[in-house]
Design a binder for this molecule. Sequence first.
Ligand SMILES: NC(=O)c1ccc[n+]([C@@H]2O[C@H](COP(=O)([O-])OP(=O)(O)OC[C@H]3O[C@@H](n4cnc5c(N)ncnc54)[C@H](O)[C@@H]3O)[C@@H](O)[C@H]2O)c1
Length: 273
Amino acid sequence: MINPETDRVLITGAAGAIGTALRTGLRENWRHLRLTDIRPVQDLANNEESVVTDIADRSAVETMMRDVKAVVHLAGMIGSYTLEDLFRVNARGLFDVFESARLAGVERIIFASSNHAFGCYPITENVSPVLPPRPDSLYGVFKVWGETMLRNYYDRHGIRSVSLRIGTFRSLPIDQRSLATWLSPADVGHLVDVSLRHPDPGCMVVNGYSNNTRLKTHDPNWATLGYQPNDNAEDYREMLRGKGVDVDAPDREAWEWPEHGGPHARVAERPAR
Ligand SMILES: NC(=O)c1ccc[n+]([C@@H]2O[C@H](COP(=O)([O-])OP(=O)(O)OC[C@H]3O[C@@H](n4cnc5c(N)ncnc54)[C@H](O)[C@@H]3O)[C@@H](O)[C@H]2O)c1
């Protein structure tokens, strides 16, 4: 178990959307937070220190691992990116963070993986993390690679980890799909908190969703971890309806996309070099 009172936790990508929400969720109970991002992190609390650096800078990453017991690795390219940036940050940068953590004696890694690790499963299949990955994009392939690295780190080095297959993280649901895939700011804080506190998660892969009525996945690891999400995207159905989102059809029985990855599983792949 990582001790919130005494152990230092490093959060990469801390200036981003999830990093900002996490800080709100963790900083009251986690006494030693080290935050890093390529951008400055705003409004530091007394128990937060920050390091501005590119995770591609291996020596800077090694330096900031000192006295760290657990790493929450969020830094990464999302949305639109070049192929080079995807390799540099989501592959090489991830390797350097994990490897520096191993060399520094870090005991636990929480990794922001993605639902795109299994996005090619048909939506009619009620998938769980025990099934083999079926990534829907190169982005998803690198998320699976991160999960696989952590399997190796557990088997060879005993480093415990939780890979979070995050759905749609937003302050509120944004479209019909996110009625099933939403992960709320409060629930992501709770999910990371229980992933850090659990005495022995082994090498776990867990779905990162809120308690949505329309969930199309199931995950026995929620009970193992003690993850009890509070928020439900369905509570925002009327808000979405008011914005012109078709919240009634076709999602009563089917999905607007045939795969779990939604549009990711269908859009053109391979950004230009
Ligand atoms: N937002 C979602 O719905 C979602 C879903 C699944 C997985 N994820 C994963 O969660 C993580 C965080 O996502 P987010 O929504 O907060 O994205 P975000 O873009 O808001 O945050 C990512 C952060 O990483 C930082 N970063 C990028 N390149 C860096 C580099 N070279 N060195 C240091 N920092 C760098 C960015 O500055 C940014 O602050 C990502 O790894 C993403 O793939 C997000």
